[in-house]
Design a protein around this ligand. Structure first.
Ligand code: SF4
Ligand code: SF4
Length: 415
């Protein structure tokens, strides 16, 4: 039968693979299993076989695609520049279109409702937070329970209220629309606060446009092409009229940069303006618009989110930011996925758990109890696998805290 949707893997994407195997040592699922069918090369071969009509889209194909973390480590390692992430999104869209799966349909409807309704997400968050503290937690599925262990806050106020405008401090050099996101809004108010404070100090007028919604990354990764297109169209309308569109979640900034895939010319314009907050703040530190602390705060373990390092190839920026805060950044033993990967921790809890434990062991080996992570899913995953005395925070939070402390000290002890 082959492919039937516009999102399907394209011949040029699949034919770019020359079967060299250089991606294999970088693939977490191949490293765990040693199985070619769990490797990028094997997955591309399977997509080609379907495209050529040699095999149907069956259970075996679905298992191969579903087991992929979509971490894109293979893409960063590939000398032939195979756009693996794009092809995998296409394969997932085909699975959703061609295979009847009630579980997937229910998941996509529930997820679609949850991520587009901040009120509903807050209600679900509060209910889950309450369940965590009572016996009711037993009725929450084990996989979801594991993810919730890393949840930061259940009722944190949302500082950058939708519709608010925050003026630039000092000379204005540009304007930014902040993507408030879905879980960022509900659980990571402190990251939003740090983002707005730092951007305004760096000379940007920051607006938090009303009418915006979830970026659509979760829908795209789950094969819900229609949902991803709908969310992209809404954001294109809401996040217009600014110089930059900034997200403080690496998974979201990576997806915004690929909006041309989901929303044509309007998507391409937004994609050209999209930035991860780490690149904007690191740029402001490097050209002296934001300060560098001279204090020594010790070592911080830097966890590289896959969608920052592999999808956006942003490696230095988080290190520049924590260094400016007075920390000495230390890399982990490798940059393998932590196992969070969007919905993966719920769909493949055992593999997700193994990868989470591996990541936690690498963090412990650094010898610091402070961890910098620029993506909410990774932050929750590593926190869930570490003891309570570890502090896991976004690099901009660590930096904003350092600035605040310095200002407080100078107010208390004026020269
Ligand atoms: S995806 Fe790239 S690195 Fe992997 S086998 Fe194909 S060409 Fe080689
Ligand atoms: S995206 Fe990650 S898990 Fe999937 S094939 Fe590539 S390296 Fe392996």
């Amino acid at each position: 039968m082959g492919w039937i949707t516009a999102q399907a893997p394209r011949p040029a994407e699949l034919n770019a693979c020359v079967d060299c195997g250089l991606c294999l040592p970088h693939c977490p699922t191949y490293r765990l299993t040693g199985d070619e069918t769990a490797s990028p090369r094997g997955r591309i071969a399977a997509m080609r076989a379907v495209a050529d009509g040699l095999v149907p889209i069956d259970d075996a194909f679905e298992d191969m695609m579903s087991f992929c973390l979509q971490c894109r480590a293979c893409e960063a390692a590939c000398p032939s520049l195979v756009p693996f992430g794009r092809a995998m999104e296409g394969a997932r869209a085909e699975l959703a279109a061609q295979r009847s799966d009630a579980g997937r349909r229910i998941r996509q409807v529930l997820l679609g409702r949850l991520v587009t309704s901040p009120g509903l997400l807050r209600l679900a968050t509060r209910s889950l937070g309450l369940a965590r503290r009572t016996a009711a937690i037993r009725i929450v599925p084990a996989a979801l329970r594991a993810s919730l262990a890393g949840m930061r806050s259940v009722s944190r106020p949302l500082p950058p209220v939708r519709g608010a405008t925050h003026g630039a401090q000092g000379k204005q050099i540009g304007s930014v629309a902040l993507l408030a996101g879905c879980v960022m809004d509900a659980w990571f108010g402190g990251v939003h606060e740090a983002t707005v404070e730092l951007l305004t100090r760096a000379g940007y007028r920051v607006v938090v446009p009303p009418g915006q919604t979830c970026c659509g990354a979760l829908a795209a990764h789950d094969g819900d092409a229609r949902g991803a297109r709908r969310l992209a169209a809404r954001n294109i309308r809401a996040l217009s009229g600014v110089d930059l569109v900034v997200s403080n979640a690496a998974g979201c900034s990576a997806h915004l940069k690929e909006y041309a895939e989901w929303a044509g010319d309007g998507g391409a314009i937004l994609a050209g303006r999209a930035r991860d907050v780490t690149e904007v703040i690191a740029g402001a530190i490097e050209d002296g618009r934001l300060p560098t602390m001279s204090i020594n705060r010790g070592v911080v373990a830097v966890q590289d989110p896959c969608h920052l390092r592999h999808a956006q190839r942003i490696v230095e920026a988080p290190r520049v930011i924590v260094s400016a805060a007075g920390y000495q950044p230390v890399d982990l033993a490798d940059d393998q996925c932590c196992g969070a990967a969007g919905l993966y921790s719920m769909l493949h809890p055992e593999t997700s758990h193994t990868l989470g434990e591996n990541k936690a062991a690498q963090i412990r080996a650094v010898g610091s109890t402070v961890v910098a992570s620029a993506n909410p899913g990774c932050e929750m995953q590593v926190r869930a696998h570490l003891d309570n005395w570890y502090r896991v925070a976004h690099p901009v939070e660590l930096y904003w805290e350092a600035i605040r402390e310095k200002e407080l000290r100078s107010r208390e002890n004026p020269e």
